[in-house]
Structures are given as C-alpha cells and as structure tokens.
Design a protein around this ligand. Structure first.
Ligand code: PLP
Ligand code: SF4
Length: 341
C-alpha cells in the first residue's frame, strides 16, 4: 500500500508577504486586464487622486473573469461615481479623525480600548473612511505606543486591548512583539483582539513568525477578520484561518453591507456558511459609514432589516451577524432593530 509521506501533506512554503504586498496592483488598467476586462476602457476611473487603488494579486485572482459586477472587483476599483456629492456623506463619518490622528487610543466603550496600531492596509477598500485619511499611514510609532500603553496601564477597567487601524497586521511582526511586550505587566488586560483584513486579502501574512508570536501571548486572543463576500475565501485563506486557530485565536468576521456586493440574501447566507467552513463565526454586519465617495454602496435600513429577517429564516442563529451602525457618542455599536422602523 502506498501511503502519503507526512511531508507530501504539508502545504508548500509561503511566499514572503512583504514581497507579495509590494507586488500589489496599483493601476486601474492593470487591474481590469487581470480581471479579464482589459478592453473595457469605459470602466477606467477619470482619476483616483487622494485614495489610490491598491490590491494584492492573490485577491484579484479570486475575481470572476470578465465580470464588471464582480463583488470583489467592486470593492477595490475606483469609479467615477465616487466623485458625486451625496447629502449626509461627510469626510469624517464617525468623528474619529481627531482621536485617530492623536495618540492613537480610542477608549469609547467600557472595558475595551482600541489602539490604532497602523494606518496602512494591504488593500484600499473604496467604501472605507480611510479614503480621506492619507496621513494615517504615519501613525505607528513607538513613542505613541508608550502613550497609548500608559493610558491602558492607568485604567484598570480595560480588560481588552483591540489592535485596529488601518490594519495592525501591516506592521512587521517584530513591531507587534515590541507592542505586546509593553502589555506583559498589565494584569488587568486579559484579552487581545485584532481587527484585520490581511488574512483574507493576503493570507501569506499569517506566517510562522506571526503565529509564533500570537501563540506565545499569555492572553485570550480574538481575531476579527473582514470579508464581505464568500468568494473572498479560498484555500489560502482557509489555511491562514487554520494557522490562526492553531495559535489559539477565536475567529470572527465583520462585514459591511454594500450595495452590489453583498446586499442579497443568497450572498449573505453564502458568506456566513463559507466563513464558518473556514472556522470563522459572523460577528457584525455594519451599515456603511457615511463617508464621502461611498454613497453608491448604501443600502437603506428598511432593506437591511428585510435582509436580516430573510437571513434568520435561512441560517442557524449562530451564522446570523448583528446588523449595527456606529454613531458618534454612542456607548456601543448600535443594533439596527425591527422596532426602530
Ligand atoms: C467597534 C469598536 C470597539 C469594539 O466594539 P465591540 O462591540 O466590542 O466589537 C471598541 N472601541 C471602539 C472605539 C470601536 O469603534
Ligand atoms: S481599514 Fe479595512 S476597510 Fe478600510 S481600507 Fe483598510 S482593510 Fe479596507
């Protein structure tokens, strides 16, 4: 009998994630070409000044060829409609700009402090508040972390430290090590949560150095991923999720409800099922931040509530995310409930 040798079952070595990041597509014509839409000059944006196109090639490879309405393509391709003004859509949609640009800690909710660990991302999502936030790229700095950690040290009500951004995993692992070394003498902090889209858009980021760091932390660990569509998952993402779970992390997913991307029952149901197949539970489904340039992605609350109702009828309760909106000054993410209609 022929049995597979252990080594043949190991996955091939990962390519260096920084190299892959550098090789990202940043040109709209090149993106269209890669998505099988090379002839469609009508889809080229007039200009994308201010918020450049950026998307790792591995993510582009998951797009359907030749489909201008592909749900992954729509999330990253700059479009002319972004330049149309829309009422109620502002540059600073959640009022975090000042805090984000300052020492980098947002302590809005009880027991949880959110640290803007890095302003960079591996992907530029067109619906994101970051589009008006170019200087955010510079946020990560050890000096600011000292201030941030001093805040967490002084407030013993903080049980959970959330690393967010931008994307905290855009930092080198040794920077993350530096940061969590400062947590070692803070016994009141029992949980570390990481909000990141990198395991989805660039799963090679979850390499051995990273999982070694994560596994070694004497804390409970939660990683909240960000995928908006089932097609964002593939074998590479599954493997990255498995590595994260192997390092002791509980995996959750947050998505943004986006017109044309995931605003139908089948797409949302498939996202929940697909995420769960990768060991990830749905957490939040966010109503869009009303940020200038993103109005064309809006799904109104009535339709959002109808979608949730249909989803509840279709999926086990644990695969139904919570529909929420972030409003300035609220003590928590605000659930959008039927009784509010
Ligand atoms: C979203 C958010 C959190 C986390 O909220 P949860 O409801 O616990 O996921 C914490 N701090 C800030 C500033 C946030 O925006
Ligand atoms: S913060 Fe998240 S949603 Fe915004 S650009 Fe980065 S990865 Fe995309």
């Amino acid at each position: 009998m022929i049995t597979a040798s252990p080594s043949s079952r190991l996955s091939p070595p990962l390519r260096d994630w920084r190299e892959l990041w550098r090789e990202s597509i940043t040109d709209a014509a090149e993106l269209l070409e890669a998505a099988g839409l090379g002839g469609r000059t009508d889809l080229l944006p007039p200009d994308d000044a201010g918020f450049p196109l950026r998307v790792p090639r591995g993510f582009v490879a998951r797009m359907r060829q030749g489909d201008p309405a592909d749900p992954l393509l729509l999330q990253v391709l700059p479009r002319a409609v972004e330049h149309e003004a829309a009422e109620g859509y502002a540059v600073d949609a959640v009022g975090d700009m000042a805090a984000r640009a300052g020492h980098g800690v947002l302590h809005k909710y009880d027991g949880r402090a959110l640290l803007i660990a890095s302003g960079s991302c591996a992907v530029n999502c067109r619906y994101c508040f970051r589009r008006h936030f170019p200087y955010a790229e510079d946020i990560a700095a050890a000096a600011q972390w000292r201030e941030a950690l001093a805040h967490v040290r002084a407030d013993t009500s903080i049980r959970e430290l959330i690393l967010s951004g931008g994307d905290p995993l855009s930092l080198a692992t040794h920077k993350l090590e530096e940061l969590t070394r400062g947590l070692a003498d803070l016994p009141h902090v029992i949980r570390l949560r990481i909000h990141t889209r990198l395991p989805v858009v660039l799963p090679e980021r979850i390499d051995e150095a990273f999982t070694g760091w994560l596994a070694g932390l004497p804390l409970q660990k939660v990683v909240v991923l960000h995928a908006n569509h089932a097609n964002e998952f593939d074998a590479g993402v599954d493997a990255a999720c498995a590595r994260l779970r192997g390092a002791g992390a509980t995996l959750l997913n947050q998505a943004v409800l986006l017109r044309g991307v995931n605003d139908d029952v089948a797409a949302l149901a498939a996202l929940g099922e697909r995420a769960f197949a990768a060991g990830v539970l749905p957490y939040y489904l966010h109503q869009l931040d009303k940020v200038q340039g993103a109005a064309h992605f809006e799904v109104d609350d009535d339709r959002a509530l109808w979608l949730m109702e249909a989803l509840r009828a279709r999926l086990p309760g644990y695969l139904v995310p919570r529909l929420v909106r972030e409003l300035q000054g609220d003590p928590a993410k605000r659930p959008i409930a039927d009784f509010a209609r």
